[in-house]
Design a protein around this ligand. Structure first.
Ligand code: KG4
Ligand code: ZN
Length: 341
């Protein structure tokens, strides 16, 4: 079964053709990063307009690269939630109309389920159940994937997502948007023990975490230094911040491995591209004996291939969207966003 998938939840317009959930026939990503970098973050209305301009071109390119005529695809899928609502609506409306014109089913996909499915593309032998650490710009959760469409959230952030914290710290350090890759680069050669940064524990919720205290600690540190006219060791601060994020995420994931007796662990989302996190996860895998599945860097950030992969399993579960299928700015991973009418 060949699925044409569209992703437009934030600042990437992407299209891909995926066969049977596992084989990537094409994957095209058109990023708007340069536009939003001018403003220091994503401007929702500009994002919607850029999706509008890009979606047809990106789709045609994905079909051409897969060497498939649009009439030969078996279904059309799109990210329907969560994300910037205006941005989502462009991809959903386009994909729904295309599916209707082609007389093919339309499959709504949850963006975070998609991030997890990136691992199916990279590791063909991987099957649920497994444990996932999701670390993206909008979400940070520890999720037990019981089956392809059955999820149990075991813990997560009480405030900011990991990627959001990277982006905010990057702004304070003046390295620009998107923060993750810029902070990672700045951290190279820095001393991760240079600054003492907090890891807030949540009472009676050992698998939950918080990034807002960490973010505020960095902001205060920078502002205090500025007021006193002191020089900040920016590289050391970036390295200390990366280490603090890793210290927040990895021990909780390890605790979840212990609690669930998981055999396999997947890390998903934009922050999964972070080399400090990847190294710490590999160390954890060695310590605990779990099998670790990390998507390649090309599949960590937003793309449509992961949406096409998850769409296949949503289709098998009967999750076909109707003419009234809507987009949603927020939706928990366990929620069924499919509207059949
Ligand atoms: O998954 P994603 O592409 O979009 C969302 O669904 O949110 O994640 C984007 C986030 C951004 O906050 C970005 O700064 C972060 O992922 N990110 C990174 C790295 N690359 C991207 N964070 C840390 N290290 C990186 N190398
Ligand atoms: Zn994402």
């Amino acid at each position: 079964m060949k699925i044409l998938a569209i992703e437009s939840s934030c600042d990437e317009t992407a299209a891909a053709v995926i066969e049977d959930g596992r084989k990537m026939l094409s994957s095209v990503v058109d990023t708007q990063i340069e536009t939003h970098a001018l403003y220091g973050g994503v401007v929702p209305e500009i994002a919607s307009r850029r999706h509008m301009e890009a979606v047809v071109r990106v789709t045609e390119q994905a079909l051409a690269e897969a060497n498939i005529d649009k009439h030969a695809v078996d279904a059309v899928a799109a990210t329907c939630a969560p994300g910037l609502i205006g941005a989502l609506l462009v991809g959903v409306n386009f994909s729904k109309a295309l599916a209707a014109a082609l007389h093919k089913p339309f499959i709504p996909v949850h963006h975070i389920r998609g991030h997890i499915a990136a691992a199916y593309l990279a590791h063909p032998e991987l099957q649920p159940p497994f444990l996932t650490l999701i670390a993206s710009g909008g979400h940070s959760e520890i999720v037990l994937v019981r089956d392809y469409t059955a999820f149990e959230v075991l813990g997560g952030t009480r405030d900011d997502a990991a990627g959001e914290a990277f982006d905010k710290v990057a702004r304070v350090l003046g390295v620009g948007y998107p923060g993750g890759p810029k902070i990672e680069k700045l951290a190279q050669g820095g001393d991760p023990a240079r600054y003492k940064l907090p890891d807030a524990r949540i009472k009676d919720a050992p698998l939950d975490f918080s990034f807002s205290g960490l973010k505020t600690a960095v902001i205060n540190l920078v502002h205090n230094a500025e007021q006193k006219g002191e020089e900040i060791d920016r590289s050391g601060l970036a390295a200390s911040f990366c280490a603090a994020v890793v210290r927040t995420l990895v021990p909780r994931l390890e605790e979840a491995v212990r609690k669930t007796q998981a055999q396999r662990v997947v890390c998903a989302g934009g922050v999964a591209a972070n080399s400090y996190l990847r190294t710490a996860l590999a160390d954890m895998a060695k310590r605990t004996g779990v099998q670790l599945h990390l998507p390649p860097l090309s599949l960590c950030g937003d793309n449509a291939a992961m949406i096409g992969s998850q769409a296949y399993y949503e289709f098998l579960a009967g999750n076909i969207g109707g003419a009234l299928q809507n987009a949603f700015a927020t939706a928990a991973i366990g929620e069924n966003i499919c509207q059949k009418r």
